[in-house]
Write a protein that binds this ligand. Sequence first.
Ligand SMILES: [Zn+2]
Length: 146
Amino acid sequence: MPQELDQIDIAILNSLIEDGRKSFRQIGREIKISTPTVQARYRRLVNLGFIKSVSPVLDMSKLDKKYQKEIKSISQTKSKLPMVKDDDKLSVKVSCDFCEQPIHGSPKVIKFGEYERFFCCTSCRSLYKEKYGGRIHSLSNEINEF
Ligand SMILES: [Zn+2]
């Protein structure tokens, strides 16, 4: 017998399709239901086999050019990263969270709560803090810069 999905199930799924990294608590707040309800509904959707899997969506264009050609497609929408040898590392391009320019060298960072923001220079970091200060403080009391 087919199982029915109600408005809550659909809202949870759409919220996860937007961003699969959201916590059950974030989803609950967003659609105004309790965290345990989100969790129970999520589990049911997994058990029904409707949520097949959760996998990260990578921005392969941020990968260093020399590895671009080695990316292995496993389906039309999914690719695997190339494995590196020994001490070799993959490098991923990062852009400034304030001016959006590519960051060369080591980024200036702000950490608050579970968030981390990257900047090209200390002035972008200060300007970001000025602009989003209220929001940063509402998310965490502990703000670290380095
Ligand atoms: Zn910048």
